[in-house]
Structure formats: structure tokens, C-alpha cells
Write a protein that binds this ligand. Structure first.
Ligand code: THU
Length: 159
């Protein structure tokens, strides 16, 4: 019986100082976005910053609701807004940052499954890999394409 193994590459850094200027700036924008998250139920504020090929940075944060499923994650708020404002501009990278009760997480917080699916759609739409930057105070992880975060991905190729 054939067994397939899937390998993904995650590049890890111990400090933001090790990153290039572009990635540092994107993390900073995501950090600022956490300040205006609406997260009274979880007290977990997530910020996402999307860098477009034209140099624009679009940010978003999580928006919660008393009817829990009606809220939306930071990544999707940012990506949907980026795609609605600049429908023809590819996304180059996305930085994700989270704050728990006003303190930035020490380890990186990976995006939820639904956000991965939306990130994948954007990657497929523009046929360009999106760099995913996950920030933690003690560790930063960089994944060079969304398909690495979602192996056996479901796309419109199936129908
Ligand atoms: N959240 C995000 O914004 N992004 C993720 O990828 C994971 C979870 C938000 C949703 C909710 O407002 C809070 O974090 C707790 O789940």
C-alpha cells in the first residue's frame, strides 16, 4: 500500500530583529490592528496585516458578536477587505499577531482552518504564493505559501 508523506517548511526566528524591513513593518501593522479588535467575549485580540503587490498594507482584526458564529477572524476581515478594494492586485504576504488580555502571545498563533481556506483561495486566485508570517514575542514562524498550511486542499479545480 503506497504511503505518501507531506513535508512543509517552517522558518523560525527568535527575534523580530532577524527579519527584513518589509516583514518587520507588516508585523508592526498587525500589532497596531490588535488595538481596535472587538473581542469582548474572548479577550483575545488578533491583528492581521496584508501586503499587496502594489505596496498597500490592509489591516483587519477580529470582530466578535453576542451570537458567537456571527463574528469573523482578523485574517478574513483583512483579506476580504483587501480583495474588495483591490480585486486585481495579488497578495504578497500576511502577518498575524495575537494579544491575550492585552499581552502579545509569546508563541506564534496559527490561523484557523476557515481562514486558511480563504487564504488559499486568494493564493489560487492570483497564482502567486502568499508568505505567512506568524508573530510571537519569543518565536516568529514564516511559511512561504498557504498550500503548505493546507495540504490536500479543496479548490474549484474539483468542479
Ligand atoms: N481568531 C482570529 O481572529 N483568527 C484566527 O485564526 C483564530 C481565532 C479570533 C476569533 C475569535 O474572535 C477569537 O480569536 C477567539 O477564537
Amino acid at each position: 500500500m503506497p504511503i505518501k508523506e507531506i513535508k512543509i517548511k517552517i522558518v523560525e526566528y527568535n527575534s523580530i530583529k532577524e527579519l527584513n524591513q518589509e516583514d518587520k513593518a507588516l508585523i508592526n501593522s498587525a500589532k497596531i490592528a490588535t488595538d481596535t479588535a472587538y473581542s469582548p467575549y474572548s479577550n483575545f485580540s488578533v491583528g492581521a496585516a496584508v501586503l499587496l503587490e502594489n505596496g498597500e498594507i490592509i489591516t483587519g482584526n477580529n470582530q466578535e458578536n453576542a451570537a458567537y458564529p456571527s463574528g469573523l477572524c482578523a485574517e478574513r476581515v483583512a483579506l476580504f477587505y483587501a480583495n474588495s478594494k483591490f480585486p486585481n492586485i495579488a497578495v504578497k504576504s500576511i502577518a498575524i499577531v495575537a494579544k491575550n488580555n492585552n499581552k502579545f502571545n509569546s508563541i506564534p498563533v496559527p490561523p484557523c482552518g476557515a481562514c486558511r481556506q480563504v487564504m488559499l483561495e486568494t493564493e489560487m486566485r492570483f497564482k502567486k504564493p502568499i508568505k505567512v508570517i506568524l508573530f510571537g514575542e519569543k518565536k516568529i514562524q514564516i511559511i512561504n505559501k498557504v498550500t503548505d498550511l493546507l495540504p490536500l486542499d479543496f479548490t474549484s479545480d474539483f468542479f
